[in-house]
Design a protein. Structure first.
Length: 164
């Protein structure tokens, strides 16, 4: 079972970078060094879990995404979603975006399916952001949600680690 844990967002815009903070805590829980830079592209020694961070989702990611059995996408949300830590299943579906630089996890899976005729079983964890100023520090409200997101991801991995 191979799993990609992919966080994305802008760590220079406070809570928009919550995925980077979640990835760092997840890596520590797997006894990997806590990254100090945005350059997160690490595997566990058995290569079953791959941690990666991007500023945004890119179509190029689809080229490798089909190599994974499972994928977790981590991002911030602005409160349009009622839950502070929201989990949804991601299916391949092209979604229009009013912004040319915005690719959704669903659209990325649709590209993956089109290119490779397969895609990983995937979820999106979105974490409520409260402040989006120019800072690398999370707001106290969003910082409190990091542990909840980490536990949610760990639980999903444990419960989906056996095929079938």
């Amino acid at each position: 079972m191979t799993i990609l844990i992919l966080g994305f967002g802008n760590p220079d815009r406070q809570d928009d970078g919550v995925a980077w903070h979640v990835l760092r805590e997840l890596m520590v829980s797997y006894e990997l060094p806590k990254p100090e830079t945005l350059d997160i592209d690490d595997f566990l020694s058995d290569r079953s879990v791959h941690f990666q961070f991007q500023l945004q989702l890119l179509p190029e990611i689809a080229d490798d995404l089909n190599k994974y059995d499972r994928a977790v996408f981590i991002d911030a949300h602005t409160g349009a979603v009622p839950l502070n830590v929201n989990v949804i299943e991601v299916k391949p579906e092209f979604q229009n975006s009013p912004l040319t630089h915005h690719l959704t996890a669903n659209s990325l899976l649709a590209i993956t399916q089109k290119i490779h005729n397969s895609y990983p079983n995937s979820i999106l964890i979105s974490i409520r952001g409260h402040e989006f100023a120019f800072s690398q520090e999370l707001s106290s409200q969003t910082q409190e949600l990091v542990g909840v997101a980490v536990a949610t991801i760990q639980n999903w991995i444990r419960n989906t680690s056996v095929p079938g």
